[in-house]
Design a protein around this ligand. Structure first.
Ligand SMILES: Cc1ncc(COP(=O)(O)O)c(C=O)c1O
Length: 429
């Protein structure tokens, strides 16, 4: 059947592209929500973009009362931070934050070994030296004791990543940063809406950074945001996103630091603002689907949901749903179970990213060309170090279920049916 259908569709696309586009658009409208595909429209994205395009004000320098200003106001209100600064990517947001906090070449920034390599590369692109720390086996976030052991004379900041929508251990890290006089930067790129102790992730550190690129909780094609409560820092950051030009913020045509083009397009701002409007209700249904799945998992030994430092699913954003597995109890190796789920149409991946020191840039020592001011022996030892908890998680201890598994009741039922078919329920011999 598919053998016949695919060439037919390809011919239709070639000969009648408008008809093809119409059918695809109709299909999306009817089925997208049911199939749980992501990203999805959450509010009035199309109208908002049309309005920007018609206004001819496509750039954030095009006057006042612009889309990015409305987005910044809504975003800072949602996070509960004093200020929000819209930028073009999460990675640039990280680089700008480090520079605005006064970090310079050779300063060290500690982060977990198994986060997205974008965090590490942002540290390097800001001229600083990334230093790795292992994770806590229970939360799968930074191990605060390992972080403390790794602090040296050049350490200037901790980069705390809220992994996959689960909240990081902000209480321990805030206390540690204060005690050791370090800046605390929150990488919240994967975790918009996660919360801890009644506070939103991103609002604990000197700055919190968000991304609206692929796989992120809300999306705009690309995009990023920095939040802070420090008014002077916010002003500095706003000037930094214009290649550091101080005309708008400080009234002088001057540049005092090397900077970037960090501007967010007005078109992107319009999309992200609509995504944000629809996000609370999206998060409610996502959380309730994951809570149902958590109860379902109670019926099995050797597989359980990991919520970071959260006490309940209500505090998580579930960009990916993280599972801790015990191969012996399950009677499956991680790889075999992952492959079996994939073969049965369940989107599943690892519970963490590859250990960053396993990437060629680090294990082939190419990094040495790019960190000329680092403390070489110390940095080399850190990059050659072993990170057993993160390694175990990657090799055998964790799986990550794609968010789309939880975006429709059909998908959730399918997921649970496949797990039921593959694993043995507790108490069933
Ligand atoms: C944890 C984390 N930090 C930072 C980034 C960088 O964000 P962007 O792709 O918007 O630069 C990503 C993106 O993949 C990420 O997952």
């Amino acid at each position: 059947m598919l053998n016949r259908l695919i060439p037919l569709v390809m011919r239709l696309r070639k000969r009648f592209p408008r008809v093809y586009d119409f059918i695809v658009a109709l299909g999306k409208r009817l089925f997208w929500k049911r199939l749980g595909v992501y990203p999805r429209q959450m509010a009035n994205e199309v109208t908002a973009v049309t309005n920007v395009l018609r206004s001819s004000r496509w750039n954030m320098t095009a006057g006042s009362n612009l889309a990015h200003e409305h987005l910044e106001a809504a975003f800072s209100e949602y996070i509960g931070s004093g200020f929000a600064i819209a930028v073009n990517t999460g990675g640039v947001a990280l680089q700008m934050s480090m520079r605005a906090l006064g970090l310079k070449y050779g300063d060290e920034v500690i982060h977990q070994i198994d986060t997205c390599s974008a965090s590490t590369l942002s540290v390097m692109a800001a001229g600083c030296t990334p230093m790795f720390a292992d994770i806590d086996e229970r939360t799968l976030m930074l191990d605060a004791t390992a972080v403390e052991r790794g602090i040296g004379p050049r350490t200037k900041a901790l980069l705390a990543t809220h992994m996959w929508g689960n909240p990081e251990n902000m209480l321990a890290l805030t206390a540690l940063a204060e005690r050791r006089g370090l800046h605390l930067i929150e990488d919240t790129c994967l975790s918009l809406g996660a919360a801890l102790d009644g506070r939103m992730a991103g609002s604990f550190g000197r700055v919190g950074v968000f991304s609206f690129g692929c796989i992120k909780p809300i999306q705009g094609g690309e995009g990023g945001m920095i939040v802070t409560n420090d008014e002077a820092l916010a002003r500095e950051l706003r000037s930094m996103r214009h290649w550091g030009d101080r005309t708008i913020e400080f009234g002088v045509r001057d540049t005092v630091l090397p900077c970037w083009n960090g501007r967010m397009s007005e078109i992107v701002a319009a999309v992200v603002a609509e995504q944000l409007k629809g996000y609370p209700s999206h998060l409610r249904s996502l959380r309730s689907a994951v809570a149902e799945f958590q109860s379902f998992l109670d019926g099995f030994d050797g597989i359980k949901l990991v919520l970071g430092t959260a006490e309940s699913t209500e505090q998580c954003a579930f960009t990916q749903v993280v599972l801790r597995i015990d191969e012996r109890q399950l009677g499956w190796s991680k790889t075999a179970l992952k492959d079996a789920l994939l073969a049965r149409g369940v989107p599943v991946w690892h519970a963490n990213f590859e250990l960053i020191n396993s990437l060629s840039l680090f294990h082939q020592n190419t990094w040495e060309d790019w960190l000329p001011l680092c403390d070489f022996p110390r940095t080399r030892a850190n990059y050659n170090g072993s990170y057993p908890a993160a390694k175990q998680l990657m090799e055998s201890g964790g799986l990550g279920l794609g968010k789309m598994n939880f975006l429709s009741s059909q998908n959730l039922r399918h997921l649970m049916a496949q797990i039921d078919a593959l694993l043995v329920r507790r108490g069933v011999a």
